[in-house]
Design a protein around this ligand. Structure first.
Ligand SMILES: *[C@@H]1O[C@H](CO)[C@@H](O)[C@H](O)[C@H]1NC(C)=O
Ligand SMILES: *[C@@H]1O[C@H](CO)[C@@H](O)[C@H](O)[C@H]1NC(C)=O
Ligand SMILES: *[C@@H]1O[C@H](CO)[C@@H](O)[C@H](O)[C@H]1NC(C)=O
Ligand SMILES: *[C@@H]1O[C@H](CO)[C@@H](O)[C@H](O)[C@H]1NC(C)=O
Length: 176
């Protein structure tokens, strides 16, 4: 009984404290992520950017960062039709600034269709990014280490963002 109590009182709160802190640390970054398109492969031909964007969440306020050879490619925002057909004749927005280092601010909730002109779109240099509204931030709650109220506080704190830490939550459920 004593051991059980100990476990109930201490272990889950420590886990939750860790989760809460990890989340709070992640939050400022999550609200403004600068996504390097293609990661270490950057903006180059023969990369599947649908694959790159898959599973990522792009939020309002994030940026796309394109790194490429300025003498070759460029960065053009087009509509869906032109994205699908690789038509760069009438871009909605030309994000090319000339240095081969271009930043696209994702300040509208929509799908951004971005391609490279000069024929490179046909080699796969096209990316579609669905920009979502930021999920409402959790209420900041004062966290006292070891306080018995920690569990319930953290529970309330974490509930609205459970989907964002689904895996960790599963682990917690099992733990509990
Ligand atoms: C890129 O990956 C997507 C999703 O995995 C796939 O549907 C598509 O066919 C791929 N495109 C090319 C050009 O291989
Ligand atoms: C994209 O633009 C082209 C040319 O301006 C137009 O013909 C086409 O209908 C547009 N497609 C969409 C989905 O708006
Ligand atoms: C885009 O803008 C850059 C820099 O101003 C310019 O050099 C380039 O010709 C433009 N490209 C298109 C397709 O409009
Ligand atoms: C988003 O950014 C673009 C380019 O900087 C700007 O033209 C546009 O007005 C902005 N839209 C909003 C809703 O802030």
């Amino acid at each position: 009984m004593e051991d059980r109590m100990k476990k109930r009182v201490f272990s889950p709160p420590i886990l939750l404290l860790f989760l809460a802190f990890s989340f709070l640390l992640m939050l400022p970054e999550a609200s403004a992520t600068k996504w390097t398109v293609g990661n270490s492969q950057f903006w180059n031909p023969n990369i599947n950017y649908t694959e790159w964007a898959k599973g990522k969440h792009f939020y309002l306020g994030d940026w796309l960062y394109f790194v490429y050879d300025r003498n070759q490619a460029n960065v053009l925002e087009v509509n869906q039709t032109d994205y699908e057909t690789c038509n760069s004749d009438h871009p909605l927005q030309n994000w090319t600034r000339g240095a081969g280092r271009d930043v696209v601010p994702l300040n509208v909730t929509k799908i951004y269709y971005i391609i490279s002109g000069k024929g490179f779109c046909f080699s796969g240099m096209k990316v579609a990014v669905h920009v979502e509204k930021l999920p409402p931030p959790p209420k900041a709650a004062p966290v006292k280490a070891g306080a018995p109220t920690l569990f319930s506080t953290s529970h309330i704190l974490l509930t609205p963002v459970v989907f964002a830490i689904g895996a960790a939550w599963d682990a917690f459920i099992h733990f509990w």
